[in-house]
Design a protein. Structure first.
Length: 188
């Protein structure tokens, strides 16, 4: 990690751990803030600290991400979400008096239609699993097809998470997206 004039970033991350945020969120914030601190130090020529950053620095960084690194709008906005959270924390701790992120807008994201496989591609995968004869693989493909589970949720399933009765069933997903639990119905 870039050397900072203060322990702003490690202190912020420690507070996130105490707030029991998801470990992936904390890791992403750490990577985004570290990258910004590195960019700030090399561009501005002074060590990074919450107090040293101005709205102009943030606009320059946004331009750098878009024009030099060619980052997608969603990536830039995600990185700025980490910066906004960091500066809100810094203001709450009295490290800064004004939020430098207030006057910096995000990058507009064009609306996209979700990507999905064509029916014939889904059927092709299903036929391949059936031809293979491996019942576990067929069950995986069918479960993904009929429930819409994420791959990570499927991989985290335990036998106890699948409840099947005579006419219906449920899959209990623990710590899905957003670290939320949910139940997904199964058809006959």
């Amino acid at each position: 990690m870039t050397q900072t004039a203060t322990n702003d970033i490690p202190d912020f991350l420690a507070d996130l751990v105490r707030q029991d945020l998801a470990s992936k969120t904390i890791a992403t914030y750490k990577a985004d803030l570290t990258a910004f601190a590195r960019w700030f130090s090399s561009t501005v020529g002074e060590p990074f600290s919450a107090r040293a950053v101005t709205p102009t620095d943030l606009r320059d960084h946004r331009g750098y991400l878009r024009m030099v690194q060619r980052r997608a709008a969603a990536t830039v906005n995600r990185r700025f979400a980490a910066l906004r959270a960091f500066f809100r924390w810094a203001k709450g701790k009295g490290l800064i008096s004004e939020l430098p992120t207030d006057d910096v807008k995000g990058v507009p994201i064009p609306r996209r239609v979700p990507k999905s496989l064509l029916k014939r591609d889904v059927d092709r995968i299903l036929r391949a699993a059936e031809r293979e004869g491996n019942r576990r693989n067929l069950a995986i493909v069918l479960l993904l097809r009929h429930t819409g589970l994420r791959v990570g949720e499927l991989c985290a399933l335990q036998v106890d998470d699948v409840v099947i009765s005579e006419r219906k069933g449920q899959v209990h997903v623990h710590s899905g997206k957003g670290d939320k639990d949910r139940s997904v119905p199964l058809t006959k």
